[in-house]
Design a protein around this ligand. Structure first.
Ligand SMILES: Cc1cc2nc3c(=O)[nH]c(=O)nc-3n(C[C@H](O)[C@H](O)[C@H](O)COP(=O)(O)O)c2cc1C
Length: 135
């Protein structure tokens, strides 16, 4: 795994990190790539709230927007900075989809891929400003 001097994990260009939750955001599944970068086994993640990977730099408003959007049945897209088990971080562009399984239970799936350095710079700055406003 590539880590830069500021503790950022650099995702492979083709990395595709997937996780699935129930209606409340409890993890039901995570693919190998999600587990690899987050630093957990799938067994450790299943049953845990998804904020297990939340990074303190993320503004509350981003997740408020995410939940409002997906609860209304729409998909949400956005830039997310996640924390790894050992305190490193990585940036992704995430798309979160609401779905209903074959038993009629609602849930959500998030698909993530890497972002550019310019996008990282932009969202690092924007989220910092948003957090100041939240205090
Ligand atoms: C399918 C799905 C995927 C999610 N993925 C992430 C994620 O990668 N990182 C993250 O911080 N929150 C993610 N969340 C949002 C969390 O559930 C949670 O709202 C967020 O971490 C903020 O934590 P808090 O609600 O305790 O403040 C996801 C939610 C869903 C439904």
């Amino acid at each position: 795994m590539k880590v830069n001097t500021s503790g950022e994990i650099l995702l492979d260009t083709r990395a595709f990190l997937v996780s699935e939750t129930d209606e409340k955001g409890i993890i039901n599944f995570a693919n190998d790539e999600f587990c690899h970068y987050a630093g957990y086994t799938v067994e450790e993640l299943v049953g845990k709230p998804h904020n297990i990977v939340r990074h303190p730099d993320m503004p509350r408003a981003a997740f408020k927007d995410l939940w409002n959007t997906i609860k209304s049945g729409k998909k949400w897209r956005g830039f997310v900075k996640n924390k790894t088990r050992d305190g490193h971080y990585y940036w992704v562009f995430a798309t979160v989809y609401p779905f209903t399984n074959c038993d009629g239970e609602k849930g959500y799936i998030s698909c993530r891929r890497t972002i550019s350095d310019m996008e990282k710079e932009k969202y690092e700055k924007l989220y910092k400003e948003m957090r100041v406003g939240e205090r």
